[in-house]
Design a protein around this ligand. Structure first.
Ligand code: PGA
Length: 251
């Protein structure tokens, strides 16, 4: 089965509501008529509802930047997957390296978030990736395997069809250093192999694995040409409509 490429923009802690709405409108315009690709944008929580409203009727999917494992309750600062849906989001980034490394989220916590999102029909994008030290010590594949296996614990064969994985080497995020297309392909192939051990091979072949880490107009075409790279999770270059537009229209 052919995997439909997904280009995702992670706006992190940027943009006011007005700025987010105008960027979203431009992205909605440049995504019109795209049938062979999907486009996702993840604004800050304050702008979610306004952005969802702004892209209504376009193919753009709105996402949260995280999701709680609970649907409601005494969890100050958290946003539940039901609230994401209420605001118009259909997807959520989970386990981003900034959540793991700045806010100390563990694989177990990330796993709970994945299960919580799935239980509310919010599609999770599970982010995995090694640090520079881990790569230099030759631990990349061990780290990826653990993050994938622990992150997906309890996710059924039926649910895994919904899940998107994003491989984001920590050393490439926001640094301008991109993994080479060969390094990225090797990691993606490895992750697909791990998915094939956890689920049926047929399912592993259907799951989309995005690459993230300094994706820009200049490198997107090369990355997207690799057989196991099914899309991009874009930070910095997603904040300008012209660069994101070029990334969406990769060749
Ligand atoms: P970057 O961020 O494109 O700015 O490296 C990617 C990400 O954090 O998802």
């Amino acid at each position: 089965m052919k995997r439909k490429p997904l280009i995702a923009g992670n706006w992190k802690m940027h943009l006011t509501i007005d700025e987010a709405v105008s960027l979203a409108q431009e992205i909605a315009k440049s995504s019109q008529g795209l049938e062979d690709k999907e486009v996702m944008i993840a604004p800050a929580a304050t702008a979610l509802a306004a952005v969802a409203d702004a892209v209504k009727g376009s193919p753009v999917i709105v996402a949260g930047q995280n999701a709680s494992w609970e649907q409601q309750g005494a969890y100050t600062g958290e946003i539940s997957p039901l609230m994401l849906k209420d605001a118009g989001a259909g997807m959520a980034i989970i386990g981003h390296s900034e959540r793991r490394h700045i806010f100390g989220e563990s694989n177990a916590m990330i796993n709970q978030r994945i299960l919580g999102a799935l239980s509310c029909d919010v599609i999770p994008v599970l982010c995995v990736g090694e640090t520079l030290d881990e790569r230099e010590e030759g631990l990349t594949m061990n780290v990826l395997e653990l993050q994938v296996c622990e992150g997906l614990e309890g996710v059924s064969s039926l649910q895994i069809e919904q899940v998107v994985i994003a491989y984001e080497p920590v050393w490439a995020i926001g640094t301008g250093k991109t993994a080479s297309k060969e390094q990225a392909q090797e990691a993606h192939r490895f992750i697909r192999g791990v998915l094939g051990d956890l689920y049926e091979k047929r399912l592993a072949e259907q799951i989309r694995i995005l690459y993230g880490g300094s994706v820009k107009p200049e490198n997107v075409d090369d990355l997207m040409a690799m057989p196991d790279i099914d899309g991009a999770l874009v930070g910095g270059a997603a904040l300008q409509s012209d660069s994101f537009d070029r990334i969406i229209h990769f060749t």
